[in-house]
Design a protein around this ligand. Structure first.
Ligand SMILES: C[S@@+](CC[C@H](N)C(=O)[O-])C[C@H]1O[C@@H](n2cnc3c(N)ncnc32)[C@H](O)[C@@H]1O
Length: 225
């Protein structure tokens, strides 16, 4: 079946919407400098014009494959699956594209998960946590203005591994990430930062949500505040 790379001539003209064919995605992700980052559970990717996820979905497949190879047992693999997912970020302007982007990421995670883990090892907690991470990491907004459709700042979460099986979530505005500033509300964090995120800035005024470290599979429980 041929791939659909445009939706309408108007959308091509208005927002430059042309989706990347799979062959081109593969070619680009096969470049050695990209491969090195794909084969890492901490290196982050941000797709600033994510469309329906041509790049992010394939990055997810490749990172999950790497996580499978790296895991020492089933429980470790469940954590590493969520960790790999947490390194992928996207921004997309159009609401219909973002819906498909989120759905494509969630379906890809589920498909690989069901194909990798035996039925008795499959956990709804992991799948629910994956959905929370995807919703947090895929933003609808304008990358150039760094804002959402309602004009609010785009906010991303850093997912920092803590020990063997936990994660600490910290929120940053996209603006602060680009400017190399600290997290919302400057929650002080002494450990090494992931490359996408800078050191905390104590002057930041926006109100923070504080998240305590939790097991990866319990990320979904932090939805409440
Ligand atoms: C050329 S398409 C590429 C989509 C995807 N990266 C791919 O390779 O299939 C560009 C995408 O950027 C989105 N876009 C255009 N302007 C944008 C902006 N200011 N902020 C975020 N996304 C934008 C469009 O809606 C479109 O989905």
């Amino acid at each position: 079946m041929s791939e659909k790379i445009i939706k309408s001539a108007d959308r091509v003209k208005d927002i430059g919407e042309v989706f990347t064919p799979r062959k081109t995605v593969d070619f680009m992700l096969d470049q050695p400098e990209i491969k090195e980052k794909v084969n890492s559970l901490t290196a982050t990717f941000l797709e600033p014009s994510a469309g329906e996820g041509a790049f992010l979905v394939e990055l997810l497949r490749r990172k999950l494959s790497f996580a499978t190879e790296q895991s020492k047992d089933v429980s470790d693999m469940q954590n590493k699956f969520l960790q790999a997912l947490s390194t992928l970020y996207g921004i997309e302007l159009m609401e219909d594209n973002v819906e498909l982007l989120v759905m494509n990421m969630a379906n890809t995670f589920r498909d690989v998960y069901f194909n990798t883990f035996k039925p008795e090892d499959q956990s709804q907690k992991v799948l629910k946590s994956a959905n929370i991470i995807i919703s947090a990491n895929m933003a609808q907004g304008d990358t150039l203005k760094r804002t959402t459709a309602t004009g609010d700042p785009i906010i991303f979460s850093e997912w920092k591994p803590v020990g063997n099986n936990k994660v600490q979530r910290t929120e940053y505005t996209f603006d602060a990430i680009v400017e190399g500033e600290g997290p919302i509300g400057s929650v002080q964090n002494e450990a090494e930062q992931l490359s996408l995120f800078a050191e905390p800035d104590e002057d930041e005024e926006t109100e923070a949500k504080n998240y305590l470290p939790v097991k990866w599979e319990d990320v979904y429980k932090q939805l409440t505040d």
